[in-house]
Ligand binder design. Structure first.
Ligand SMILES: [Zn+2]
Length: 164
């Protein structure tokens, strides 16, 4: 281990343990609301259930091309469900145009998503996934509008829109 790596894990490990403490109560709440076990499917089961594009996003933590999703321009009233297990994740009245090219929301339905930190781009980002099937949805940032200041930047391929 070189000096840079040592220094990095020295900084990151305490940050990750703090995040774990913060997000643990949310996890307990979510699992008491949903039957997570039913959604513990094998790779093959997921492949047969999802399109190859949605499989890549939901099960391999992929990211779709910006501005590629029709849900970007979806402005009707309704609910955005997880494309994997159909759990309702976002309400249309929390959706806004972030200009980033991905469907964006300033809040999620309580208990519907869980977060973890990923280091894919070196700089830590907070990934979030469906609390029931653990399908990867997107990343959450702190540059969203009031009242939460959050921006849930979601892959359209990971969602299914159900109009009211
Ligand atoms: Zn799900």
């Amino acid at each position: 281990m070189n000096q840079f790596q040592t220094r990095r894990s020295f900084i990151l490990i305490p940050i990750m343990s703090i995040l774990n403490i913060i997000f643990k109560p949310m996890k307990v709440l979510a699992s008491s609301l949903n039957s997570k076990e039913e959604w513990n499917l094998s790779k093959e089961e997921w492949k047969s259930k999802l399109s190859p594009e949605s499989y890549y996003i939901l099960r391999e933590e992929g990211t779709e091309r910006a501005f590629s999703s029709q849900l970007n321009n979806e402005k009707r009233k309704g609910v955005f469900h997880c494309a994997g297990c159909d759990l309702p994740l976002f309400l249309s009245d929390k959706k806004y145009d972030s200009g980033t090219g991905w469907p964006s929301f300033w809040d999620s339905i309580q208990g519907s998503v869980e977060t973890k930190v990923d280091f894919k781009l070196i700089v830590p980002r907070t990934e979030y996934h469906c609390s029931r099937c653990e399908g990867h949805q997107g990343h959450v940032f702190n540059d969203g509008p009031a009242p939460t200041g959050k921006r849930y930047c979601n892959n359209g391929l990971a969602l299914r829109f159900v109009p009211d």
